[in-house]
Design a protein around this ligand. Structure first.
Ligand code: C2E
Ligand code: CA
Ligand code: CA
Length: 713
């Protein structure tokens, strides 16, 4: 039977109880409990927590019905149970007294079945309504009720200035863990009661969630020496002393009445968060600077949908290297927002906004699809691929169809599931452990590897490690920062790596910025490394080059070890001379004009590392070829050296403007040619530096050329 109603009849006269009980003798949906005294009633209530209504006589020996009623309404456990008083009628006195004491209704003896049942029905309906409006633990208003009451209050008083106050217990989770949930609940109930007492009928109050309480009052009633302030300050001090805790509050002075109440509460919450790590400050105001930041955020949120559709997002890939071989073995996809006015915005700023606005799953799926696209393209081009990991926001990680959506993505691009890895932050686990565990199991059973990101940043990392079936640990960056100065950080790192080995997990260290960190990590047996020291996040094209180069140096493609150079010149003699100048440490490809050069390049893309081209040629000249190469995605990173006649500075300017990396002058000076080409290739070795230095060199060369021209003309 679902939801059986349980009525408790309290009356010292047995016949009265019998008569009442008889009303429901054929109703299997109602269970009747009987008590012949107030004391017996309390005993039953201690044992049964499913009593839905109490029917109570007034005149009883030892403890009267009124005394029992007062006792119940004082109690946190029983005050929510509706009480109906029934007694011999004496005019209106008893009825009035009952209602005053908090009884929900009254009916006189002798009982009339129809009336009794009707009244009980009404009382139960009202109590269900209250249940909807109240927070079940503390009995004060829940957040929805608080919002609607506050809205009403403000609408009725257009004159007063109002303030919203948030109360928050510092590190309440920890208190819960240390003192136990029961004590935690007790503290919440005490704080709720304190706020209720302090605010009284002067304002509204409620529980937002967990240890977050909120109240709203006219400003004048909060200032010093008001009832509110006196009760709140002394009460809070007492609570803090008793349980060794700190209560902080954030205050939003309601300047903009048009805001939804929930947003006003958010603002008070922002003020509260600002002092979270400050153990001295107990309260803080939401200020204009924050308002401005919020406005900016709001604008970004508005632009987000358009930006996703409008292609303002792209991914970069940060390679992850094997600590022993120093080869890239995977990469992490990181999203970037190229805003048309604000420039590149960091994910640290916009990811939380996406999370807040519910758009994050779209963004994460976009990143996942981009990663799949890059991998599929590399595969098609014969570049050996490695897995790419994508970040899934904790907000989205428990979505029931997440695994399915990612499956669809890998299938669409014909990728084996081992090529997409899933990163989920450790902190996600502490919020809803059961769901996270299940989701990780689902991913693993489908063949995906799962990384626990930012490991060590949460406060119960060991717990997470024990329970979460992820298979790779990504050690939080903060350990790297501390490594140099803290022996403890080093010991902890060592233990983490050892422990994960025992659990059969691999480890990745994040934020590795120097050689000594690499050495340390290698020594303690960490598996792989991600960080600026080896590579920052790079464009997919650069990542491709890195993989292709790795493949080459592994010699597994049958290619000679020699560097490939494509010589483009319509004069055969010039090509021969160039070969003489460079010697036989290179492998040469040749073309007589731009058109031919493109054909050769298409066919031998994997073997050509450098192009040296003349400017003046039939069909397609050197500048046109250069322009073509620099605008073709597959070739745009290929270094191109332009050969010019010594005295033609406008050719040189052109060539540099179109992206040439270096110039060589005719007639050739063999030693200069050889050295210049060596330099160029050395630059190309270091892909990410290369781009920077090219840009710098080009800017500088262009500046100089322009200077010279100024002098010439
Ligand atoms: P994360 O997942 O911990 O990513 C690592 C961050 O550290 C990246 O910042 C990366 O650029 C940076 N980093 C890499 N090497 C070093 C180093 O040697 N030193 C230092 N100091 N930092 C290094 P980024 O790209 O700004 O991303 C920040 C955070 O934004 C990420 O932290 C991740 O939580 C989030 N994020 C980035 N892309 C996505 C995404 O596609 N989806 C979701 N949900 N979150 C993302
Ligand atoms: Ca990550
Ligand atoms: Ca991380």
């Amino acid at each position: 039977m679902i939801n059986k109603k349980v009525f408790l009849i309290v009356d010292d006269t047995e016949i009265n109880r019998k008569v009442l009980k008889g009303f429901w003798k054929n109703d299997s949906g109602v269970e009747i409990l009987e008590a012949d005294s107030a004391k017996a009633a309390l005993e039953i209530l201690q044992k049964r927590n499913d009593v839905s209504l109490i029917l109570m006589d007034v005149v009883m020996p030892e403890m009267s019905g009124f005394e029992l009623l007062a006792e119940l309404k004082k109690s946190d456990r029983f005050s929510h149970i509706p009480v109906i008083i029934n007694t011999q009628s004496d005019g209106h006195n008893l009825e009035e007294r009952s209602l005053q004491l908090g009884a929900d209704d009254f009916f006189p003896k002798p009982y009339v079945e129809e009336i009794v049942k009707r009244r009980i029905d009404n009382v139960l309906k009202k109590s269900a309504y209250d249940k909807q409006r109240l927070d079940s633990l503390t009995g004060i208003y829940n957040f929805d009720t608080f919002c609607s009451l506050t809205k009403q209050m403000m609408e009725m008083d257009m004159v007063s200035d109002f303030a919203i106050l948030r109360f928050n217990i510092v590190r309440f989770k920890l208190i819960n863990e240390l003192l136990g949930r029961k004590t935690g609940d007790e503290i919440l109930i005490l704080l709720a009661r304190l706020i209720k007492r302090a605010v009284g009928i002067e304002g509204t109050y409620g529980r937002l969630e967990a240890d977050n309480f909120v109240c709203c009052m006219p400003l004048g009633k909060i200032k010093e020496n008001t009832k509110f302030n006196n009760i709140m300050v002394t009460g809070a001090k007492e609570l803090e002393r008793q349980y060794s805790l700190t209560i902080q509050s954030g205050i939003y002075l309601v300047r903009d009445r048009s805001l939804p109440i929930s947003m006003m509460c958010d603002r008070a919450g922002t003020a509260c968060r600002n002092i979270r790590d400050n153990m001295v400050k107990q309260f803080s105001y939401y200020n204009d600077e924050e308002a401005e930041k919020e406005l900016e955020e709001l604008m970004l949120i508005r632009e987000m949908v358009k930006a996703v559709k409008g292609g303002q997002f792209h991914i970069v890939l940060q390679p992850i290297f094997d600590v022993k071989t120093e080869q890239a073995v995977s990469a992490e996809a990181l999203v970037r927002w190229k805003h048309p006015e604000k420039g590149v915005i960091s994910p640290g700023i916009f990811v939380p906004l996406f999370e807040k606005s519910g758009l994050i799953s779209k963004l994460d799926m976009f990143v996942c699809e981009e990663a799949c696209r890059v991998l599929a393209k590399l595969k098609k081009d014969g570049v050996p691929i490695c897995p790419i990991s994508v970040n899934i926001s904790r907000v989205d990680f428990c979505e029931p169809d997440l695994v399915k959506r990612i499956n669809e993505m890998t299938e669409k691009y014909g990728l084996d599931k081992k090529y997409i890895k899933i990163e989920v932050t450790e902190s996600a686990y502490t919020q809803n452990p059961q769901e996270i565990i299940q989701q990780v199991i689902d991913f693993r059973s489908q063949g995906y590897e799962v990384l626990m990101d930012d490991f060590g940043s949460g406060y119960s990392s060991l717990n997470t490690l024990r329970e979460l079936p992820a298979n790779i640990l990504k050690i939080d960056m903060k350990f790297m920062n501390q490594l140099e100065n803290s022996g403890r950080a080093a010991s902890i790192l060592l233990c983490i790596v050892k422990m994960s080995k025992m659990l059969g997990m691999k480890t990745v260290a994040e934020g590795v910025e120097n050689q000594s960190q690499v050495d340390f990590l290698r020594n303690i047996g960490c598996d792989s490394i991600q960080g600026y020291f080896f590579s920052p996040p790079i464009k997919p094209m650069e990542f491709r080059n890195l993989l292709a180069r790795q493949k080459d140096s592994n010699g597994d493609n049958g290619k000679t070890d020699k560097i490939g150079v494509l010589l483009v010149d319509d004069m055969k003699l010039a090509r021969i001379t160039m070969k003489d100048a460079l010697g036989d440490e290179y492998k040469y490809f040749e073309a007589a004009d731009g058109v031919q050069a493109l054909e050769v390049l298409q066919k031998n893309a994997h073997e050509i590392d450098l192009i040296i081209t003349d400017v003046v040629m039939p069909n397609m000249d050197g500048i046109a070829l250069l322009r073509k190469i620099k605008s073709t995605p597959a070739f745009m990173e290929m270094p191109v050296v332009v050969v010019t006649a010594n005295d033609d500075s406008s050719d040189e300017l052109h060539a540099l403007e179109q992206g040439a990396i270096e110039l060589i002058h005719k007639p050739f000076d063999f030693r200069v040619v050889r050295q210049r080409i060596k330099n160029v290739l050395e630059l190309a070795e270091n892909e990410w530096l290369k781009k920077e230095i090219w840009d710098m060199k080009q800017r500088e060369a262009l500046r100089q050329m322009k200077e010279n021209q100024k002098v010439l003309f």
